[in-house]
Design a protein around this ligand. Structure first.
Ligand SMILES: [Zn+2]
Length: 427
């Protein structure tokens, strides 16, 4: 009991500190009761599915959900009115590829997140996750898929804390430990073989693959993430198909990190739910992905993100692949892979900056917005609950001063954020 009350006062202190540091951000705790009603007056309301906006709409939010949307809605007497009549209102954004519980510090870690995982404890990374989650939400990202690198399941703890309203953050789909061939994404040395634990679950045989998937699910993963090709030996299409089937049998989707052409080809052939990165994909691979209903989460590194990662030469490669994928008609979901500390930026502002690559690739704003909302919601399997502004869905609602359909850069200037019916930001 004493421990519990100590934890409670720590949490309250922490929430208090957050509130002091960022006065414009309201805490998400306590969560709204079932009868709290908001009426949001939207100057413009964007429907990403249609790629169009309607003017002068009212969104009625009751408790955590959207109750009604339309131009002729009578506002209940007990409703709190939020006037966004000069703004454009849209569903909250998605980042389908993030690592909330890892932040690489360039001055200490160079370009190696191996060092990051050695230096930062799981406990510290959970706290970093709290801050990154808050910053993502402040930037308008109301749902994320966290694809691993969270130490010993810091991501599960963070997801549960957010779900309970203990800390503010986006809805999370989380991967737990990344499943990979021996060595994971690291170069180990034989005297220190255990240094990739707990970051990666090595799985080379079929038995190890099943076990790794089931362990992940047991410890709270809600998506399975595999690394196909960061070693000389890579997963075959048969290996990948085997893991997709096991994940699907258990009700989870599978995301496949593919940094090489061969890896992406195997993943496309196996019909994974999503290929992550895939920057080396040929048009043939992209066609195969399309045919097998594989979603591309391209993590299209901007010029500055590619430079910070130590691979500036890859920025044009990502943009070119993004352009080809769009032309071929591969379904795409927005994802960033932002995980490096940059002075003056937050995780959220960094993530939003990735729209620059989409602009450079010539993707129209309405399609970028689809990738940031409805496409991502479908990939994450939450489209029945989030990703649109529709009665019955969660009230994940943001606003921008400029209509993102006119200029997608508007999503970098989010001025209002409501998450599950709680106002988190209203500048
Ligand atoms: Zn990543």
């Amino acid at each position: 009991m004493r421990l519990r009350s100590a934890l409670l006062s720590f949490s309250l202190l922490f929430i208090g500190l957050l509130a002091t540091a960022t006065p414009q951000l309201a805490a998400q705790y306590p969560q709204p009761g079932p009868d709290r009603v908001y009426a949001i007056k939207a100057g413009k309301l964007v429907d990403p599915e249609k790629g169009a906006a309607e003017t002068n709409q009212i969104i009625l939010v009751r408790g955590k959900k959207i109750e009604a949307v339309g131009g002729n809605i009578s506002i209940p007497a007990d409703a709190r009115v939020i006037d966004l009549s000069k703004s454009t209102v849209l569903p909250g954004l998605f980042d389908a590829h993030t690592h909330l519980c890892m932040t690489l510090k360039r001055a200490r870690d160079g370009y190696s997140y191996f060092i990051t995982t050695l230096m930062d404890s799981t406990t510290y990374r959970a706290l970093e996750g709290v801050a990154n989650a808050r910053d993502m939400l402040a930037a308008g990202f109301t749902t994320v898929r966290d694809v691993g690198n969270a130490g010993n399941y810091a991501d599960t703890a963070l997801r549960e804390a957010i779900e309970r309203g203990l800390v503010p953050g986006p809805t999370m789909i989380n991967a737990g430990r990344i499943i990979a061939p021996y060595g994971g994404q690291f170069r180990l040395q034989p005297e220190k073989r255990d240094l990739a634990t707990p970051e990666y679950a090595f799985a080379d045989t079929r038995d190890e693959m099943i076990k790794a998937i089931r362990e992940n699910i047991h410890y709270g993963a809600t998506v399975i993430k595999i690394v196909v090709d960061d070693q000389k030996y890579i997963y075959s299409a048969e290996d990948i198909r085997f893991m997709v089937e096991e994940a699907h049998r258990d009700g989870l989707k599978l995301a496949a990190h593919c940094w090489t052409r061969a890896g992406a080809h195997n993943a496309a052939e196996a019909g994974v739910d999503s290929i992550e990165h895939g920057e080396m994909m040929t048009n043939e691979d992209l066609q195969l992905a399309k045919k097998n209903h594989v979603v591309l989460v391209g993590t299209d590194f901007t010029e500055s993100a590619a430079r910070e990662n130590g691979f500036p030469e890859l920025h044009p490669v990502f943009v070119d692949r993004l352009k080809r994928a769009y032309q071929i008609g591969v379904t795409m979901a927005f994802g960033t892979d932002a995980f490096i500390y940059m002075p003056g930026e937050t995780r959220g502002t960094q993530a939003a900056e990735y729209v620059n690559s989409w602009v450079e690739a010539g993707v129209p704003a309405k399609d970028t917005l689809r990738a940031m909302t409805i496409n991502a919601a479908r990939l994450l399997g939450v489209d029945g609950e989030r990703g649109a502004i529709r009665p019955g869905l969660a009230a994940d609602i943001i606003a921008t001063p400029v209509n993102p359909l006119d200029d997608i850069q508007a999503v970098r200037k989010v001025s209002f954020v409501m998450k599950d019916g709680s106002v988190f930001r209203n500048d």
